[in-house]
Write a protein that binds this ligand. Structure first.
Ligand SMILES: NC(=O)c1ccc[n+]([C@@H]2O[C@H](COP(=O)([O-])OP(=O)(O)OC[C@H]3O[C@@H](n4cnc5c(N)ncnc54)[C@H](O)[C@@H]3O)[C@@H](O)[C@H]2O)c1
Length: 327
């Protein structure tokens, strides 16, 4: 199969690209290198293109005859989406509609879409979240993902566009071989932030609220190793092209760790002290988000292999030390 990985120069996309390189599939990358890195595309054809450039995008897709698309490109910072919602509706929504329209016009039938646990918003009770729980995002970022999922549903019904929407929980960790990892700038994700404090690249960790209704008052999240995410994408695409049935899956570990759990594990792995400052709660942060992952386990024969907290922190720490040494 010939696959176009859009956003393949970024954190999650680069791990899927690395996995796809070990298969028989032919892969190319499309990216504008706005938050991704050219070095993640080495050895592969890179189409340097912004998704807002519809005519260029159309030409690339028309010329190259891809069978399937994986779409990782987007803006990912929940807090920023409150301050600059326009950026999120333009990049995550309008640009995705551009892409879907090109696909429909050119009869490209399959897409794997990077959705997010942010589509669920605040869930009543502490139960793991199933895919059929209400979709009620509480931030503009989550709204963009939820709206794209609705559009995908409509495009499937009317244009026969087939999709798998993967609702990731917290992507984390780095490749086991130490060559790629998370490198957002600015970094907003909790694990790399704590590790930057441990390596001395950041002064302190800010904790946003310790009065949530959780076991230790800090937020609880479901952390999924990026290599497990990559595996989910490959399995989702292969199943989709075989069954031609659109699906939505959570991709999570079905286990929650609090911010304090993460800090404890980082201290154990790095043997460093973590300087902290308590801040007020942030807008749009639910107390607990844990995935029910039964559906993806059953349908795709997928299960997390690297998402125990120790492997996550060990691989992310190895990567952080590489980054810290480069500076
Ligand atoms: N990181 C997480 O924990 C997480 C959780 C849930 C969902 N997601 C989703 O996964 C996807 C990938 O996230 P990531 O952490 O790898 O982000 P990232 O910023 O590392 O990667 C995004 C990639 O897309 C490219 N890109 C962005 N806008 C583009 C545009 N208009 N045209 C062309 N290329 C563009 C960037 O240059 C980058 O290479 C995003 O859609 C994000 O919403 C991420």
């Amino acid at each position: 199969m010939k696959i176009l990985v859009i956003g393949g120069a970024g954190y999650i996309g680069s791990h899927i690209v690395k996995l796809l390189k070990t298969t028989n599939h032919k892969i190319e990358i499309l990216d504008n290198i706005s938050t991704g890195y050219k070095e993640n595309t080495q050895g592969l054809k890179l189409h340097l293109c912004d998704l807002s450039n519809t005519s260029k995008l159309h030409d690339i897709l028309a010329l190259n005859k891809f069978d399937s698309i994986m779409h990782f490109a987007g803006s990912i910072n929940v807090s920023e989406s409150f301050v600059n919602p326009r950026k999120y509706y333009e990049n995550n929504l309008i640009n995705t509609i551009n892409l879907l329209n090109c696909m429909v016009d050119l009869n490209i039938e399959n897409i794997i879409f990077s959705s997010s646990a942010a589509v669920y918003g605040n869930i009543d009770g502490n139960k793991p979240i199933k895919e059929n729980f209400p979709v009620k995002p509480i931030n503009p970022y989550g709204n963009t993902k939820a709206i794209v999922e609705k559009i995908l549903e409509d495009y499937d019904k009317t244009y026969n566009l087939k999709y798998v929407s993967l609702r990731y929980f917290n992507a984390c960790g780095a490749h086991l071989d130490g060559t790629i990892g998370e490198m957002h700038n600015p970094e907003t994700h909790i694990i790399p932030i704590i590790l930057q404090v441990a390596s001395g690249r950041r002064d302190k960790l800010e904790i946003y609220g310790n009065d949530y209704d959780t076991k230790d008052g800090t937020c609880i999240r479901d952390f999924i190793h990026v290599m497990d995410l990559a595996d989910a994408h490959l399995k989702a695409l292969e199943k989709l092209t075989f069954t031609k049935k659109s699906e939505v899956f959570n991709v999570g570990n079905n286990q929650g760790y609090s911010i304090n759990d993460i800090i404890k594990s980082v201290k154990e792995v790095t043997k460093k002290n973590i300087k902290m400052e308590l801040k007020p709660r942030r807008l749009g942060d639910p107390a607990i988000l844990i995935a029910d992952n039964e559906k993806i386990k059953l349908n795709l024969n997928w299960k997390p292999k690297y998402s125990d907290l120790n492997t996550i922190i060990e691989t992310a720490w190895q990567w952080e030390k590489t980054l810290a040494n480069k500076i």
